[in-house]
Every structure is written in C-alpha cells, then in structure tokens.
Ligand binder design. Structure first.
Ligand code: AMP
Length: 581
C-alpha cells in the first residue's frame, strides 16, 4: 500500500527506465501501426511498420518540412494526411527561442500525457520536500494566452493554456494554488501578474512552493513586486483591489477573498521596505520549501539573480519538455541548477539522437567518425559525454522530427539516459562562415561580465545581433545592467566596457578569432540599453501571441521589430579596441 501518491510515480519511473528499450520499441510500433495509412507515412513506408525500414526511409525533418501538411490541416483538409487520430486543435510553441511559433496537432491523448508527465516530474520533488497537504498552496505564476482560430475553425493554443483549461486542473488550482483562475486567464499580462501577486501575498502563510515554468518569469514577478509592493500593501490594508485592475475576472475573484487586513499589510510593508531584497522570497513566503522553475539552457543566465532573491531556498529545475512532447525529469531536485540532468522517460515519445559535432572543439571533431555523424542513435545506445540533437516521433504526426535542442549525456538511470541541456540548435549568431552558438555566447558573456563586478554592476539581461549593415559585419551584444544593492550612482566606466568587448572576443571560439584577425569580422560592439528594455522586449513578444508562461529570451535577434525596440533604448555603445590574440 502506498502512503503517498508520489510513491506510485516513483515506482513507475523505476519501471519505465528499467524497461527503456522494450517500451521505446513498443511505442514506435504502436505509432507506426496506427499511422501507417496516413498520406505522409505511406509515401515512405508503403503501409509497413518495421522499425529498420522506418529509420531507413522516413526522413529526418524540421518543422518547415512538415509545415505544408500542417497548413493543409489548418486550412480544412482531413488530418489523416499526417496522423490517424482525429485532431482536437493545435498546440502552439512560444516561438521566442527558436524563431516563429510552430503549430502541432493536438489529440485527446496529449492532455493525458501531460498529466502523467506532471505526476512523474513532481514525484522526485515530493519525495524530497514532502507531499502537498490540506491547506498548503503553491504560488505559481501561470499565464494563459488567447486562442487563435485557424481557417478550418480549429483553435491553436499554447500547451500551458490547454492544460490550464482542463476541468481537473482548474479544480486542482482552486484547491492547491494561490492564483485564481480568472487571473491566469486575464488577457492583460500586467494585470494578471498584479492579481497573482496580490493573492500570493494574502495567502502567504500557506505557500509552500514558489515558481513558474521558467526562471525568467519568476524574476519578472519579483521585479514587478519591487515596483508595486506599496500599491499591493495598500490594497491589502483596504481590502480592495486597485483601480488600475480593470479586468472584470480579476476584480470579481478579488472581491471574493479580500477584506481589510492592516496587520498583514504592515507586515509585508516592513519586509519590502528593507534596504536589501536579498532572500525576499523566503521572507515574504516563510513556509516555502523551494522555488521551482527551469533554470537550465537559456535560463541559466537568471540563476545568479534568482538565487539572490531566494537566499537559501533551493532552486529546482524539475522537467524538460516542449510544446511538441515531454522528454525528461530531474531525479535529483536538490542538485545545483547548473548541474541539472534530465532522465528521459521512454513512455513519453519515441526518441532518436543525432550525434553533434562541435565546430570549434577539435577533440570532439576527431572523436566522431562519418558514420556516427549521419546515423541516429536509439535512446538506450547514447554514450556518456557525447552530444546529440534530439529527434522525436509522436502520435501527433511528428516523425523523426528535430526538436532543435542539443543535449549531452551525463549518465544513466537504470537503462534510461540522463541529459544536460546544452543549447538550442540554429540560434547561432553568424556574420560570415563562422557560427557562434547559444552556449559559446553564454560562455563568453560569463567571462566578460565578471569585469563589471568591481564596478558594482550586474548584467541582468543580454542578447545578440549580427549586424551586417556594413562590411565587414560585426557582432552586437545588447546588455541591460543594474547596480548592485547598496551601490549608488557609480557611472559606467567606458574603459571597462571596452575591456568587456575585448574579453568577449577573447572568450569566443577559434574561428571567430581568426576571422577577426583577418578583418573578415569587424570589432564586436556592446550596446548598453536602459533598464526595463528586456521587459519591453518580452511585452512585444507577448503582444504578438507568445505566452508569458513559455517566454524565453531570444539569444539572437532576427526580427526587425525586436531590434527596433532594443535600438531605441540604447544608452551607450562600446567597441572592442583590438583583435583578440
Ligand atoms: P516551447 O515549446 O515554446 O515551450 O519551448 C520548448 C523549448 O524550451 C525546448 O525545446 C527547449 O529549448 C526549452 N526548454 C524547455 N525545458 C527546458 C529545460 N528544462 N532546460 C532547458 N531548456 C528547456
């Protein structure tokens, strides 16, 4: 007999990771048997379902390859051009990390998979921090986004929104979450956030977990609180939500729980008015055991700042998934955010891995031979220390589909591999033949930003842009800086900024440095932008339809509109003084 629900989850994790190979083969066979008659698979398999034939004949594809099929379905053709199951709508990716939002078919089974995945990624976390008890609440910042109707009358929505819409989830929200459903579905992100913070503060003594899908959203919430705590406190004191909240859903939800509480307002005010906000999360929500949000990949940049606000509360990166499918869970939730590895769950989708050769790493280049470069590897056959690009085959019409993520194997749990997230593929910045990846950039930025430390500045946000408006082209880094607490009004030293440009160049890869020396690439530039610029960038993407829950800062700017937002807020430009050695 299980005493806690998560023990069942833990047992299932053991079972599926032990029988990884068999489960993967069965899953593929099931997907192929169901979908062999679709127009797409018939082209390659002629009705057959053999695994080897699948690997030989079905091409590895990107979203662009499948888009014509998906567009046909969105325009009203039968969905069996791609998948056998009747579709209920489309799921939409955020489109912020890799470019354009992508639509993938949604079927009834998807919601069950997400529910199972949630159970499985929460189980190891519960094992460490304990079950959620009656009266405990989670303060998770959740944001639904408006649905889009396709020409065929089907709706497209984000994965998170489709999960929030399920009646089971709504019931759980009411019971175990501080945020009211009305605020989660509020179409105005700022009003939604205000209302979610208000509810979180009112119920502060019940909160055992603070979180959101991604670290950047938790940080955004804390910074928003920094600017609005006085208004929130006066609402709590008066028992009335501020007039700036015009959304009727938020107002009526607030009217149900708010009553004047000057004592609570004073308590919160005393905490918030303290000079230092170090550990503010712990102080405001004293029963919180941990902060849960993805802190890996592009989110690694936010860890340091978030740790400052958490001080002592563990940051837990629990899961790795995307709009297309669910992948892995963190079995060691107490590990440092930078060390998080995700154990792949063989019952979620059929996985294959394309070996990745790192352009700038000679040792890896020498290790990989031609065969390995082209053939995909099965889940159970990946090798520790090696990097791979993830391919996924699902029952939603994705066959050998490139997710666009590069992962590195760190070990195995039973027979299922564990991966660290390395980077998004194809978000490289490049002005000539060289390619600088998300991870290359992160490494160089980490080196360069250390120079700001003695000046009392921290780099809160960055992104890059390949400026080819003049020849030769050059790299531009947009940096948003903030003064460290207790550091007042020190000017940015241009000499140090120029030094940062040089340090960035020095820390980039060999090919970049050679190109710089030969003047194929012009000196790197840092454009320092005003505080709040990256919030404006996020607002821009959200206004275009990205869900705040799934938003990820782009590592490289490709859109003209986004560039305009950044350029219009530049306060200073600095260039590298010489080519790196
Ligand atoms: P979306 O489909 O818009 O939610 O974006 C999914 C993408 O977010 C993935 O393909 C990854 O690039 C990124 N992502 C999701 N979970 C993680 C994670 N745990 N660590 C790093 N990146 C992640």
């Amino acid at each position: 007999m299980e005493t806690n629900w998560y023990e069942g989850g833990l047992r299932l994790i053991e079972e599926v990771t032990t029988n990884a190979e068999q489960i993967q083969d069965e899953l593929l066979s099931e997907i192929l048997t169901r979908n062999a008659g679709t127009e797409y698979l018939r082209r390659f398999l002629h009705g057959q379902t053999d695994k080897q034939l699948f690997k030989k004949n079905v091409p590895v594809v990107t979203y662009e390859d499948l888009k014509p099929y998906i567009d046909r379905i969105a325009n009203g053709e039968r969905s069996d051009v791609l998948l056998a199951e009747p579709i209920t709508g489309f799921l939409m990716s955020s489109g912020t990390s890799g470019g354009q939002p992508k639509l993938t078919p949604d079927i009834a089974e998807v919601a069950n998979k997400w529910q199972l995945f949630r159970t499985l990624y929460e189980s190891p976390v519960m094992k460490h921090f304990g079950d959620i008890n009656q009266g405990d609440k989670r303060m998770e910042f959740l944001f639904a986004r408006p649905e889009i109707e396709t020409p065929s009358g089907l709706t497209a929505t984000s994965v998170s929104t489709s999960v929030y819409k399920k009646s089971g989830f709504k019931a759980m929200l009411r019971k175990f979450h501080t945020s009211p459903v009305e605020a989660i579905f509020c179409p105005e992100p700022e009003q939604s956030l205000y209302c979610q913070l208000l509810f979180g503060l009112i119920q502060r003594d019940e909160v055992i977990l603070v979180g959101s899908a991604f670290a950047s959203t938790v940080l955004r919430a804390i910074k928003f609180l920094e600017n609005h705590w006085q208004e929130l406190c006066s609402d709590i004191k008066a028992g009335l939500i501020s007039h700036r909240i015009t959304d009727s859903g938020c107002r009526s939800a607030a009217s149900l729980i708010m009553k004047p509480n000057p004592q609570l307002a004073d308590m919160i005010q005393n905490i918030c008015k303290s000079k230092s906000w170090e550990g503010i999360i712990r102080k405001l929500w004293p029963k919180a055991n941990y902060v849960r949000c993805v802190c890996t990949g592009v989110m690694s940049h936010y860890t340091e700042e978030l740790e400052f606000y958490c001080r002592g509360l563990p940051l837990v990166s629990a899961a790795y998934a995307s709009s297309e499918a669910q992948y892995g869970i963190n079995l060691n939730p107490l590990c440092k955010p930078a060390d998080a590895s995700y154990t792949f769950l063989p019952n979620m989708a059929y996985f294959e891995f394309l070996p990745v050769k790192n352009d700038h790493d000679e040792s890896i280049e020498m290790r990989s031979n031609d065969n390995e470069d082209t053939e995909s590897v099965d889940l159970v056959n990946v090798k520790p220390g090696h990097r791979y690009e993830l391919l996924v085959t699902t029952s939603t019409g994705l066959y050998r589909y490139k997710v666009g993520d590069v992962l590195m194997v760190t070990g195995f749990h039973n027979n299922a591999p564990q991966f660290q997230f390395v980077e998004r593929q194809n978000v490289a910045i490049s002005v000539d033949q060289e390619k600088t990846s998300e991870a290359d950039l992160f490494k160089a930025v980490t080196e360069a930003k250390a120079l700001l430390d003695p000046l009392g500045f921290v780099l809160t946000e960055y992104t890059s842009y390949a400026d080819t408006s003049s020849a030769p082209g050059h790299y531009v880094l947009f940096w948003e800086l903030k003064q460290k607490e207790g550091n007042h009004c020190k000017e940015l030293d241009p000499k140090i900024m120029v030094e940062c440009c040089y340090r960035l160049e020095e820390s980039l890869h060999y090919t970049y440095k050679i190109y710089r020396k030969k003047n194929i690439i012009a000196p790197l530039e840092i454009r320092v932008v005003k505080q709040g610029t990256f919030d404006a960038l996020m607002d821009h993407y959200v206004s275009k339809g990205a869900s705040l829950s799934q938003y990820k800062r782009p590592s490289c700017i490709k859109s003209k509109e986004a560039l305009k937002i950044l350029d219009s807020r530049v306060m200073g430009k600095f260039f590298s003084p010489k080519s790196p050695l």
